[in-house]
Design a protein around this ligand. Sequence first.
Ligand code: FES
Length: 85
Amino acid sequence: MIVCVCRRVSDREIARHARAGMSFDEIQFELGVATQCGRCEDCARDVVAQCNASQPVAALYKEGAPATTAAGACCGQQGRACSCS
Ligand code: FES
């Protein structure tokens, strides 16, 4: 799902960066999310918070490799659709 329409940033992209240990500010700088109209900021912060809260240890991210996260480990939505990866 696209979170930031202005910069075309998806929740999956935000979650991937959050799981790599980046803060919201770092993700904002890297992806440009919430840097134009700002309407997406709350949603983007929620995605980051969900990933950080359930996975305090930073995930390793290898460029070009699919993210490997146990079901529900990223956002705690075990048994439900998870849009983090
Ligand atoms: S929707 Fe993200 S800055 Fe406008």
